[in-house]
Design a protein around this ligand. Structure first.
Ligand code: WT7
Length: 654
């Protein structure tokens, strides 16, 4: 962000307090901050008591930096908390999910009682396949109810799930299966995307061929196309799950029992397996979902438009809403130009009252204009959420005006895969929001902005975002890599968690997130490391060297721009090579990592010690004047790159 844009933001004069009616009826009132400030651990214990525990905890927190244990000695079952207890309370007929497939006439209504049966059957099926407490299960599935059931069934039997986003490649899937040591994979034959079936099973076949320890692949029939079948390994869901008993006796697990591993990109090419556990995670997922979205479970219809493959889907499609007994919309598809009013139709049809989505989606709709929205009655919407990247004030105002009818509060929620749940956000019935600011840490959460020395910056200052107190849903480590856990999050500042984000405090002390300070890009709210894309590029025979930067993009937040040096004769092939390389990255990592632009260059800008100066490449990618080049080993390199740019390397806009 330029410093001009930043100082404009910091002097944002607009304030949007909740209406009096909203404030009067809000779940979270201002005293929540006071309660948490008075007795932080007591406050979290009070939140934890909203769950059903089989055995109460002895101690709220054991903090042995950088390792936390929450609700120590307590035991509970997550699936019972998310499903059974609502049925037992007489809410079995409440809708858990209004599920909408990508094909328009593909709908299912799933009550809490239906979900209970499905989860129990799935738990029995996994048990029959030999899955026991502690055994990781890999999940590579579309946005269908069976996916939710699989996660809850894993939780029910204490088998940590590791969900791999269905847009990731076979290689990405294989490396995660291997790292987590999963022996069972749950998937589907395919999924519907943009009105078309797209296969998933071939990716799983390719991945599992590299994972000899995988015993079984359980396959939901979703698209009904032909599939290659391995009789020793593959099982149809309808053959195995449907015949199971819909009763299952759940066992309680320790509060610190692993619930899931979710891989996310770091600054190296190897993704990190973020480990989350049971009691603290569910406590904070439920607490934040209820208070940040002002959830009234018996009247609200909530829709989180993320994918279950990301942490947002874990915490705010599955665990938070279900722990709170919410009624949700779940949608298989994604917005696309061929179907611009699908979303708004869905909101009208189900009278959605709470919508949670990402700035990139809002900007996409901004680009398409407000007409598709105006044809639908969106007056049911009363809270709007944003997540995944900084939301620019224009998108914020557009969201408020065109989606929220000029009145629904917007909650801009900052958090990460690592934090497990929302950390910084307005409370919709309390906070007078500012367009573009995530405002304050939630009650019970400690966050600050510090300088290089770890000293808090004064109001008006900028620096690094840190979390100053352990929180219940915090990651418990990186799966199989303690050193990396310590090094990544806890080595920059003593006893403070370093989030990897830059932030500013404005004159009132409210927080403005500025994006990552490390070599991690944020494309449409998805984290992708520059190194990961670089190593995918150099794995191609024609590439000698590659450097990747995230350049500002009006729709996706950042776009991936790659600079490559080709080997020998490949250098003359031009455009076709560039297309081939873009495809290659999509195949290696997944389509979300396909570079927006690849520039073929003769040299890369390096310091004398050989470090690539991405700052300069970012200048080029963003068409800015190139900054200080005095530390370059060869200062003519940037001229060569700029000349190459003028000759016009291929750019692709799909
Ligand atoms: C990174 C975490 C949180 C679930 C989705 C992404 C960025 C996230 C915001 C926000 C500014 C945000 C940060 C963070 N981020 N939310 N409201 N404002 N930036 O999870 O893939 O773990 O990425 O997303 O840079 O570190 P993730």
């Amino acid at each position: 962000m330029s410093s001009d844009a930043l100082s404009n933001l910091m002097h944002e004069e607009r304030r949007f307090p909740p209406t009096e009616e909203f404030a009067a009826d809000a779940v979270a009132k201002a005293d929540l901050y006071d309660d948490a400030a008075k007795d932080r651990l007591g406050f979290w214990e009070e939140q934890a008591r909203r769950l059903d525990w089989d055995t109460p905890w002895d101690e709220a927190l054991q903090w042995d930096p950088p390792y936390a244990k929450w609700f120590v000695g307590g035991k509970l079952n997550v699936a019972v908390n998310c499903v059974d207890r609502h049925v037992d309370a007489g809410n079995g007929d409440r809708v858990a999910f209004h599920w909408q497939g990508d094909p328009a006439d593909d709908k299912r209504t799933i009550t809490y009682r239906d979900l209970q049966k499905l989860v129990n059957q799935t738990a029995n099926a996994l048990t029959e396949l030999g899955v026991k407490a502690g055994d990781p299960v890999a999940v590579y599935m579309p946005m269908i109810p069976e996916t939710v059931a699989t996660l809850l069934a894993c939780a029910r039997i204490g088998a940590p799930h590791t969900v791999v986003f269905a847009g990731f490649s076979a290689d990405a899937l294989a490396s995660r299966i291997q790292d987590a040591d999963a022996r069972v994979v749950v998937t589907a034959d395919g999924q519907f995307r943009r009105g078309e079936p797209a296969s998933l099973k071939p990716n799983v076949d390719e991945a599992v061929d590299k994972c000899p320890d995988v015993r079984n692949v359980l396959v939901v029939r979703r698209t009904g196309g032909d599939v290659t079948w391995n009789d020793d390994r593959d099982l149809w869901w309808h053959d195995v799950v449907d015949r199971q008993s819909d009763e299952h006796e759940a066992q309680a697990f320790d509060s610190e029992h692993p619930l899931f591993i979710l891989y996310t990109s770091g600054t190296t090419a190897k993704p990190k397996g973020i480990l989350h556990t049971t009691g603290g995670y569910l406590t904070q997922a439920a607490y934040t979902h209820r208070n940040v979205f002002d959830l009234k479970p018996d009247t609200d219809v909530y829709w989180c438009a993320a994918d279950i493959g990301w942490v947002t889907g874990h915490s705010y499609i599955v665990y938070g809403p279900l722990a709170n007994g919410a009624t949700s919309v779940m949608y298989e598809g994604v917005p696309h130009p061929g179907d611009k009013d699908r979303w708004w139709k869905l909101i009208e049809e189900h009278k959605v009252s709470i919508l949670y989505t990402a700035p990139t989606t809002i900007r996409t709709y901004m680009k398409w204009g407000p007409e598709p929205l105006q044809q639908h009655d969106l007056s049911s919407l009363r809270v709007l959420g944003s997540v995944g990247e900084p939301i620019n004030p224009e998108a914020w105002m557009w969201y408020r005006e065109h989606v929220g009818g000029g009145k629904a509060p917007i909650v801009d929620t900052w958090w990460q895969t690592e934090t497990g749940a929302i950390m910084i956000s307005p409370l919709p019935g309390v906070t007078a929001t500012k367009p573009g600011s995530a405002m304050r840490p939630l009650p019970g959460i400690g966050a600050d902005v510090v300088d290089d020395q770890g000293k808090p910056v004064p109001n008006g200052g900028g620096g690094y975002l840190v979390l100053t107190e352990p929180w219940p849903a915090m990651l418990r480590g990186i799966w199989g890599d303690d050193e990396r856990y310590k090094e990544t999050y806890w080595s920059k500042f003593p006893d403070m968690y370093f989030a990897g984000d830059g932030a500013k405090k404005d004159d009132d002390g409210d927080l403005w997130l500025l994006g990552r300070v490390d070599d991690v890009m944020n494309v449409s709210g998805h984290r992708i490391s520059t190194t990961e894309v670089e190593s995918a590029l150099v794995s191609h025979l024609k590439v000698a060297e590659a450097a990747v930067v995230g350049a500002t993009d009006p729709t996706t937040g950042q776009g991936i721009v790659a600079f490559v040096i080709l080997r020998g004769s490949a250098a003359d092939e031009g455009d076709s090579t560039v297309q081939e390389l873009r495809q290659h990255v999509a195949k290696e990592i997944g389509p979300i990592a396909r570079p927006r632009q690849i520039l073929v260059v003769a040299e890369l800008p390096k310091t004398r010690s050989g470090k690539i100066m991405r700052r300069l490449l970012r200048d080029v990618a963003e068409h800015r004047e190139v900054g200080d080049v005095t530390t370059l080993a060869d200062s003519t390199v940037m001229n060569l790159i700029s000349e190459g740019l003028d000759k016009g390397s291929a750019k692709d806009e799909d």
